[in-house]
Design a protein around this ligand. Structure first.
Ligand code: HEC
Length: 142
């Protein structure tokens, strides 16, 4: 009787650990296959944009997640706050963009001089910056 219980126990143990191994091995694969190809491309683009954001030293003038220029314009939540076309226009030509949104002011942002692919990647990155807090503060600015 005792040995039967022991056997049953070890069988259950074996089944549980085999399942654990199976799921541990399988779950990331399942996750990846669930992601759409377009979603994956978008994430890769945003990652490239993040690297470009660092390479172009945007934090010399901006603040993000407590880093960068202390008095700089905060980019926390920028993805919630601004549309893709707003961000694109700002990066392509800050001067022209400023003239459009605030005709009485000139832009103080140095034109980043990025090519079209770089602008697209940095915009994808900026769109990932979410913050409900800043959105609430600034209302529906667009
Ligand atoms: C020389 C300082 C400077 C640098 C460098 C700079 N910016 Fe700016 N940026 C500004 C200023 C100032 C503004 C405010 C609008 C203006 O003057 O054009 C601004 C505005 C923006 C805005 C719009 C913010 C909003 O919601 O109103 C975005 C987005 C932005 N910058 C992104 C970037 C990115 C990305 C880089 C790096 C490629 C960068 N900036 C580099 C100074 C700078």
């Amino acid at each position: 009787m005792k040995s039967r219980t022991l056997m049953a126990c070890s069988l259950i143990c074996f089944a549980i650990s085999a399942q654990a191994v199976y799921f541990a091995k399988d779950s990331p694969v399942k996750k990846i296959s669930k992601q759409s190809a377009a979603g994956r491309r978008q994430r890769e683009l945003a990652l490239r944009g993040k690297a470009l954001f660092a390479a172009y030293q945007c934090l010399d003038c901006h603040k993000l997640a407590g880093k960068g220029c202390i008095d700089g314009i905060n980019l926390d939540g920028e993805g919630d706050l601004r549309t893709t076309s707003f961000l694109k226009e700002q990066l392509e030509d800050p001067e022209k963009h400023a003239a459009k949104i605030k005709p009485q002011e000139t832009s103080l942002m140095t034109p980043p001089n990025m090519n079209r692919d770089e602008v697209q990647a940095v915009v994808a990155y900026l769109k990932t910056l979410k913050s409900a807090k800043r959105k609430a503060q600034n209302g529906k600015a667009n």
